[in-house]
Design a protein around this ligand. Structure first.
Ligand code: OGA
Ligand code: MN
Length: 197
């Protein structure tokens, strides 16, 4: 039976990079954008990679986005709806691919003009809990000249993905090297990891 998540899962299985241009409804994407604007005006978006100051300096040469972690306890309808959709996606992934995912973490991210995230993999060397990366974009009418593309490296090829509203990208965290090119306008997303802990 056709399932709403099969496009993302099948494209992942076929290409190692799953893409679904309509993973989020337009209404949910707009609601999540609204949340980010509120978080910004409440000064809650923080520089990614906060830790001791050495770590922070190193981190900020790598990436210059700001983030805010999601939590079911936030009691926000759009955040709840998003995490509910992730629950359903995990259920489908586990039942079709035997992936054994039993945890996840997601954060909002904003790349202001001039921000980037250099080439990296998402799985930490010291921690292999992160099995899959799932990125959701929240940007209406993104143009090539806006920059901020997701570049995914595979062998000798690089795939360039526009961070267009409603689109989801899904790949294995320990496998795929990727980067966010310099963004020329404010770029919003929700990035997260499906984990086996
Ligand atoms: C990340 C990341 C990519 C993107 O947050 O680890 O690589 O397109 N994000 O936002
Ligand atoms: Mn990444």
């Amino acid at each position: 039976m056709i399932n709403q998540f099969d496009l993302l899962i099948d494209s992942y299985l076929n290409n190692k990079i799953g893409i679904d241009a309509n993973f989020l409804t337009d209404a949910l994407s707009q609601g999540l954008q609204q949340n980010i604007r509120q978080l910004q005006s409440d000064n809650l978006m923080v520089a990614a990679g906060i830790g001791n100051s050495d770590v922070k300096d190193t981190q900020q040469k790598m990436r210059s986005d700001t983030i805010y972690w999601m939590d079911k306890s936030h009691d926000n309808i759009f955040e709840q709806e998003f995490l509910h959709q992730v629950d359903n996606f995990v259920e489908r992934l586990n039942s079709t691919c035997y992936t054994g995912i039993n945890s996840y973490e997601f954060h909002y991210a904003v790349y202001e003009e001039g921000s980037f995230y250099k080439r990296h993999k998402d799985q930490f060397k010291t921690d292999s809990d992160r099995k899959f990366s799932l990125i959701n974009y929240l940007n209406n009418d993104w143009l090539e000249e806006d920059g901020g593309q997701l570049l995914v490296y595979q062998n000798d090829t690089v795939q360039k993905i526009q961070p267009q509203s409603q689109k989801a990208v899904f790949f294995k965290s320990d496998e795929m090297e990727h980067e966010v090119s310099r963004s020329n306008r404010t770029r919003m997303s929700i990035t997260g990891w499906l984990k086996r802990v």
